[in-house]
Design a protein around this ligand. Structure first.
Ligand code: TRP
Length: 346
């Protein structure tokens, strides 16, 4: 973020040493190995180069009905997963959205700079309204505005998200540019930071579709926290084709997907994997993938279990993170309010 330094005659902009990254995950379900491979496990390497802020977006979660006890538990769990995947609270700001009230406040303001038509075009809104026909609430509609507020509040330069969030991110840019256009430079216009191509993980039950934590068929996804036996069983049942050769190719969506996962966990190339399983059948390959993934996630799960037994520690991280996040949020909101013409009394 560029910091303004006031001198007597002019305002100069000092470029900060590090660019800022912001991302959020909803505490609405368990994260899958798709989230792990494509996103979270890579985030730990970013903290040396960027100023990283990761949020558990509980306010977004209530756009669909939540059981309060589940929401509370998942908020702790999502934070614990972040930490267990290697995001240390010392090197990253980790916090819970509802602990920093400026998100909701900025969201109201930005809503007045977002058009009804723009929100109506969001494909996720259309999908979610179709799925929740009995609860098409205003929050579901303005969801992308709150997301824009999350990002713009921290003047984030880069936002790591899945491709499904690209449209929301583009809207955040439009809102930032619109506001800047009216009031002068206020927000950094954020860029997306998308997972590498080829790292898209598909469902084990239907390998033509993205692996999703909200899949109604639990055999379709592998959760980061699934126990080893479950992981191995799910891979054994993975849908493949009627061919027998472990080879990356057209029409072999199931095998391609398993090869991508195996490659992500072992660092081996497709050629190396093909050589490794030459003359062996799909059964051997599926077992190998299952065991490799179960082994790879073991330390994450163990650390998660340890953290979940220490609520006091997790709450300390939340408090500390919220305090750090607030420092930035307060400044941005106050700048916005000043520009809008809100009276500020100190
Ligand atoms: N909408 C995002 C998702 O479902 C979560 C999210 C909320 C987010 N606010 C954000 C992601 C800000 C990145 C930045 O995946």
């Amino acid at each position: 973020m560029s910091e303004e330094i006031k001198t007597t005659e002019q305002t100069v902009s000092k470029p900060a040493a590090k660019k800022r990254i912001f991302s959020g995950v909803q505490p609405s379900g368990l994260l899958t190995i798709g989230n792990y491979i494509g996103a979270i496990r890579n985030w730990k390497t970013l903290s040396s180069e960027y100023d990283c802020i990761y949020c558990v977006v509980d306010e977004h979660a209530i756009t669909v009905r939540q059981v309060p006890a589940d929401l509370r538990r998942r908020t702790y769990e999502t934070l614990a997963i972040y930490i267990a995947c290697g995001l240390s609270p010392e090197d990253n700001v980790l916090f819970v959205q509802s602990h920093v009230h400026q998100h909701a406040e900025l969201s109201w303001i930005l809503g007045c700079y977002t058009m009804f038509g723009e929100l109506s075009r969001m494909t996720q809104f259309k999908d979610k309204s179709a799925k929740n026909a009995d609860n098409i609430n205003a929050g579901l509609f303005t969801y992308p505005v709150l997301m824009a507020a999350d990002i713009l509040l921290y003047q984030a330069d880069l936002v790591p998200v899945g491709l499904d969030q690209k449209q929301h991110l583009e809207l955040a840019r439009v809102i930032a540019e619109r506001f800047n256009g009216v009031y002068g430079d206020t927000f950094v216009v954020p860029d997306g930071y998308f997972p590498k191509v080829g790292m898209k993980i598909n469902s084990l039950a239907d390998p033509t579709k993205k692996m999703s934590k909200s899949d109604t068929n639990p055999n379709g996804y592998v959760a980061i926290l699934d126990d080893p036996d479950t992981i191995i069983r799910k891979f054994r049942r993975a849908v493949t084709d009627s061919d027998t050769e472990v080879r990356y190719g057209e029409g072999k969506d199931g095998i391609n997907n398993l090869m991508t996962i195996y490659s992500a966990f072992t660092g081996r190339t497709y050629d190396e994997i093909e050589a490794e399983f030459e003359g062996k059948g799909y059964g051997d390959f599926k077992n190998a993938v299952g065991e490799t993934v179960a082994d790879g996630l073991r330390p994450v799960r163990e650390e998660f279990d340890r953290l979940m037994k220490d609520k006091a520690y997790l709450e300390g991280v939340m408090k500390d993170g919220a305090a750090k996040a607030s420092n930035v949020a307060v400044r941005t909101l106050s700048k916005v309010q000043r520009k809008l013409g809100f009276v500020q009394v100190k």
